[in-house]
Ligand binder design. Sequence first.
Ligand code: T6T
Length: 319
Amino acid sequence: MAAVSALALALAACGGSDDDSGGGGGGGSDSYEVAFIQGVAGDEFYITMQCGIEAAAEDLGVTVETQGAQQFDPALQTPIVDSVVASAPDGLLIAPTDVTAMNRPLKAAADAGITVGLVDTTLEDPSMAVTQVASDNEGGGAAAFTAIQEANPDGGTVLVVGHEPGISTNEARIKGFLDALEADPKFTALPTQYAQNDPAEGARIVTSTLQSTPDLIGIFGTNLFAAEGAATGLRQAGAQEQVTVVGFDAGPAQVEALENGTVQALIAQQPAEIGKQGLEQVVASLNGEEPEAEIQTGFTIITKDNLADNQDALYKSDC
Ligand code: T6T
């Protein structure tokens, strides 16, 4: 497997505002109750975010309760939002699972007087939220292409395995990747396919693509489940030597795939920081301060070679 070059190995604290000075921590937050609704339960990205939120809540003297549906599905997330609205917390932090379908329930939350903050994902109309905190998703997609490009200077055919249409991060990462790819005529992208957040579907997509496109040289998995599935499919097809895989996120299964050489680079987000800053901004707003409307956090490109130095960037399975 061609190695990812030193340039691609560089830490990419891209676009990241590490400035956490804007708000929160003010007095009077002792009695605030904030609900955190994950995009999906059991996903190490959101577990790590929960850890960041809980640590910040302790510092701020805020009570936080976390919930998440069993699947990324607005039909499952909506009743959770509705029940949170009925319980009338002061604030709500949420990673909405669909850019359109989650608008109505979140508008209802804001109309009920709940201070809403968006973490990770966004909406078509996020105007009901006082703050949005997310990674530089387009930048991460572009960095994923650069890693594949540098490992394959002669170019070739690549596949994007997306997580799910309708989730804002899916669209942004694919856009960043394809915009960068279009600038290099040596590369061609196959039509994007979607793992639907199911690693088994990601694996199936990759094994069938390798049959129809045996000269495939690169795969971009846009989230934890897509990347995990891509790595499994590649192993099943015995094509690890031929294909460079770059995946968003850095959960334990992905780190294992990096260690065993199936995956060449991971774009690790900063979920704990996203959660912490989201909570700080919601509390700032509750305290009558002006919250930051948009905060973009950075990412780290992790490879086998720099893994030991980047243990802090890996996601957690529990706090
Ligand atoms: O990649 C993260 C998150 O940023 C995205 O919105 C959905 O998938 C993850 O939770 C990883 O599974």
